[in-house]
Ligand binder design. Sequence first.
Ligand SMILES: Nc1ncnc2c1ncn2[C@@H]1O[C@H](COP(=O)(O)OP(=O)(O)OP(=O)(O)O)[C@@H](O)[C@H]1O
Ligand code: SF4
Ligand SMILES: [Mg+2]
Length: 317
Amino acid sequence: MNKILSIKNLSISFRVFNQTYKVLDDVSFSIDRGECIAIVGESGSGKSTLGKALLGLNPLATTIIEDGGIYYQGTNLLKLDQSSLRAYRGKEISMIFQDPLTSLNPTMRVGNQVLESFLKHHPQITKEVAKRKVIELFNWIGIHNPEERFYHYPHQFSGGMRQRVVIAIALAPNPKILIADEPTSALDPTIQIQILDLLKKIQTDLKMSIILITHDLSIVSRFTSRTIVMYAGTILEDGPSETLLQEPSHPYTQKLLKSIPRLGLNKRDRLIPIIGSPPSILHPISGCPFHPRCDQALDICKKERPNMNTKNSACWL
Ligand SMILES: Nc1ncnc2c1ncn2[C@@H]1O[C@H](COP(=O)(O)OP(=O)(O)OP(=O)(O)O)[C@@H](O)[C@H]1O
Ligand code: SF4
Ligand SMILES: [Mg+2]
């Protein structure tokens, strides 16, 4: 496998009322062609900001790129102007946004919404051919009666089917990387599994790289090979999903695992919530950002930020 996307030392701040607040701090990771990775973290840890940064979709007026680069097949996307970046959006890297309802236009037939996404990136194809492709795509992603469903509006679809339409919009340009931001969080457990299975099919059949963003560590083992754990805008641990779930190295990942229901737990295993709240960008924390909630904290943890150790875990232990 070879790298398709590398994020190097990315730091981003948001400007709010003339103050700047760091939201991503020295984030580095890469993804191979056809690889599927998960980015996991509690609410506010910067997952969506990171996903949007890969497409330059954070608000232009208030976002400050402090440092770093986002290299797509060697090109630093942060150096491109908006019109050059537009050529990458959708066609090379596509994103399923966190809220599927706001991603769809309620007044437009779903087929036309996917058709629009398809034609934008394949202007040479006639509308008739494009429509056939959209119907094939609907069929492929599990929307039954696709010819009929093409003409329906979003409110005529269930939550799971709406999410399939959103996925179809993201797939229509045939991107190389798909970013899926909390694609299952609004769905009930059975539908969640169906959507995760669809993402797995996209990865295996279309050989697409997938970045799955989620707060739910219990779903990552289903098909991701690597998991990156984020906290307060930084990466605390990065490792093979199986190892990370069985022998987490970072104290935060260990606590996160003990706090969620997942397969393999015995009836006697109690869920232990993590005491305290995740930090806010308004109140940055010195040293290791997890130290106020960590029961193994040393003196140095409060003063100096740990680098990644040999186990790919940012911890002084
Ligand atoms: N446009 C913005 N301006 C100012 N602050 C923002 C903006 N967007 C996000 N934030 C703040 O940045 C931090 C990270 O937000 P982000 O949405 O990336 O987190 P997340 O990990 O995706 O959370 P969730 O799991 O709730 O979706 C939060 O504190 C959020 O309030
Ligand atoms: S660096 Fe210190 S505070 Fe942070 S997780 Fe490790 S032991 Fe805990
Ligand atoms: Mg988010």
